[in-house]
Design a protein around this ligand. Structure first.
Ligand code: PLP
Length: 405
C-alpha cells in the first residue's frame, strides 16, 4: 500500500480539509517523537566520547549482520544511483507486491517503511494512550516502551517464562484496557522463541480494540513459525519484518508492516515519507534470492554454535538463542564487564535492568567471535571493579515502566 490509498489518484490529491486537519494534528504530536532504534540504544551505552566505534573494533553490540547486503542487492543499489534524482513510488509498490505474492497476502496487506522501527513506533502511537497501556516482555526490546512513554501510556513489563518465552497468559491478564501487546518472536535480547499456539492465545484473549504487535525482526535465523496466518484471518495483528538483520541492510533501511488494511491505515497518520529507492529495490532483489535465507541462517547458526560450545565448556550460562544475539551471564556487574570489553576494543551489547549480571552478545563473523572469546577470557580473569560505563542520557535513564512479577 503506497503511500496512502487515495482511490488510485496521486498520493496527496484526495485530502479533504477534515483529513488534512487530522493529519496535521497527528503530525504536530509526532514532531516530538524520537524514533529510537537498536542503533540508538547500542550507542547510548558506549563508554567512549565521541560515541562512535573506533576503526578496527569488534562490533557485536547492535545485532547487525557483518555480511552486509547480498551481492544482488549491492548491484541493484549501484545500478540505481543514476536514478537517485527521482521519487519513485513504483519501486515501493513493487516490493510490497512481491512480498504479498511470495507470502500469499491480498494486495493492501503490506506497507514498506525505511526500517521496521517506524511502523513499530507508529503502531504504539496509534493503539496506546493514557488509558490504553503497552504490554511487553522483560527483558524485551525497548523501543516500543519509549514510544508508549511519549504517548503518555503506561508500560507493563511481564517477565519471560523460565523457558524464555513470552508469558502470554500473564501479558493478556496485565490490564483489561491494554492497547498493544508486543511480542518479539524470536525475542531481542534473548534470541528465544514463543510458540505459535501461545501467540494465538494472546490474539484470541486480548481486550477488544487492542492489537498484538508481532515483531519478527529475527525470524529468518530461527525455526519459529511466522504469524502470517493470523493476519490472513484478519485478526487484530500487525507483524513487523526488517531487512536489517538476516538481509544485512541495517544501514540501507527497509522494513515492512503486515496487517489488515484498516489497521495499517492508522499508522499512516504518523508518517508516509517516500522511501529511498535503493533500499526498496535492494529489498525486492534480496527477497528473490532463494538461497539467501537458508545460507545465511546456516552461517549464523554455525558461528553461534561454535560460540555456545566454547561458553558451555568454560561453564558460562547463556540463553538458548536461535538468532544472531543471546544473553550471557557474566556472574558480576554486566555494566562493568561491558566497560572492560570496550577497553579491549570489543563492543558488546547492553545490560537489561532486570538481569543486571547479563550482557547481550551479537553473533558476529567468525573472526569477531574469536576476538570476543580472547577479550572475554581476559576480562573474566581480571577484576572489572571501577569500570562502570558512563551513565545513559537522562531520557533513557528515567524508567517509568512497571515491572510485573
Ligand atoms: N525490532 C527489533 C526487535 C529489533 O531488534 C530491531 C533492531 O535491532 C528493530 C525492530 C528495528 O530495526 P530496523 O528499524 O533497522 O528495521
Amino acid at each position: 500500500m503506497c503511500p496512502v490509498q487515495l482511490d488510485g489518484i496521486g498520493p496527496l490529491a484526495r485530502f479533504s480539509r477534515r483529513s488534512f486537519l487530522r493529519y496535521s494534528a497527528a503530525a504536530s504530536v509526532v514532531a516530538s517523537v524520537p524514533i529510537l532504534t537498536e542503533a540508538h540504544l547500542a550507542r547510548a551505552q558506549r563508554n567512549t566520547l565521541p560515541k562512535n566505534i573506533p576503526p578496527g573494533a569488534v562490533r557485536i553490540d547492535a545485532n547487525e549482520n557483518p555480511l552486509g547486503p547480498c551481492s544482488g542487492a549491492c548491484s541493484t543499489i549501484s545500478g540505481l544511483i543514476p536514478e537517485g534524482g527521482r521519487y519513485d513510488f513504483d519501486l515501493t509498490e513493487k516490493l510490497e507486491k512481491t512480498f504479498c505474492e511470495m507470502e500469499g497476502f491480498k494486495p493492501g496487506y503490506v506497507m514498506a517503511y525505511a526500517g521496521s522501527s517506524e511502523p513499530l513506533h507508529y503502531t504504539v502511537l496509534a493503539f496506546t494512550s493514557k488509558d490504553r497501556p503497552y504490554v511487553t516482555a522483560d527483558p524485551g526490546y525497548e523501543a516500543g516502551m519509549y514510544a508508549a512513554k511519549v504517548n503518555g501510556a503506561k508500560v507493563l513489563m511481564v517477565p519471560l517464562t523460565k523457558d524464555y518465552a513470552h508469558d502470554v497468559k500473564a501479558m493478556v491478564a496485565a490490564d483489561p484496557n491494554a492497547g498493544v501487546f508486543y511480542i518479539c518472536n524470536p525475542n531481542n535480547p534473548t534470541g528465544t522463541i514463543t510458540k505459535y499456539e501461545d501467540i494465538e492465545y494472546a490474539v484470541a484473549n486480548k481486550p477488544k480494540g487492542s492489537v498484538v504487535l508481532i515483531d519478527e525482526a529475527y525470524i529468518h535465523f530461527s525455526d519459529a513459525s511466522p504469524s502470517f496466518d493470523l493476519v490472513k484471518a484478519d485478526k487484530d495483528v500487525i507483524i513487523l519484518r526488517t531487512f536489517s538483520k538476516l538481509y544485512g541492510m541495517a544501514g540501507v533501511r527497509c522494513g515492512l508492516a503486515i496487517g489488515r488494511p484498516d489497521l495499517l491505515a492508522k499508522l499512516q497518520l504518523y508518517g508516509m515519507n517516500p522511501l529511498p529507492i535503493m533500499a526498496v529495490a535492494a529489498a525486492t532483489t534480496s527477497l528473490q534470492v532463494q538461497e539467501l535465507v537458508p545460507q545465511r541462517k546456516k552461517i549464523n547458526a554455525d558461528i553461534r554454535q561454535e560460540t555456545f560450545e566454547w561458553l558451555a565448556a568454560s561453564n558460562y550460562k547463556f540463553t538458548p538463542s536461535q538468532t544472531n544475539c543471546f544473553m550471557l551471564d557474566t556472574g558480576r556487574s554486566g555494566k562493568e564487564v561491558l566497560a572492560a570489553m570496550q577497553k579491549k576494543n570489543v563492543y558488546i551489547g547492553r545490560v537489561w535492568p532486570s538481569w543486571p549480571t547479563y550482557v547481550r552478545i551479537t553473533v558476529g563473523s567468525h573472526t569477531d567471535m574469536e576476538k570476543f572469546r580472547a577479550a572475554y577470557t581476559d576480562v573474566m580473569n581480571s577484576s572489572t571493579a571501577g569500570l562502570e560505563p558512563m551513565p545513559l542520557p537522562r531520557r533513557l535513564r528515567e524508567t517509568p515502566f512497571t515491572h510485573l512479577s
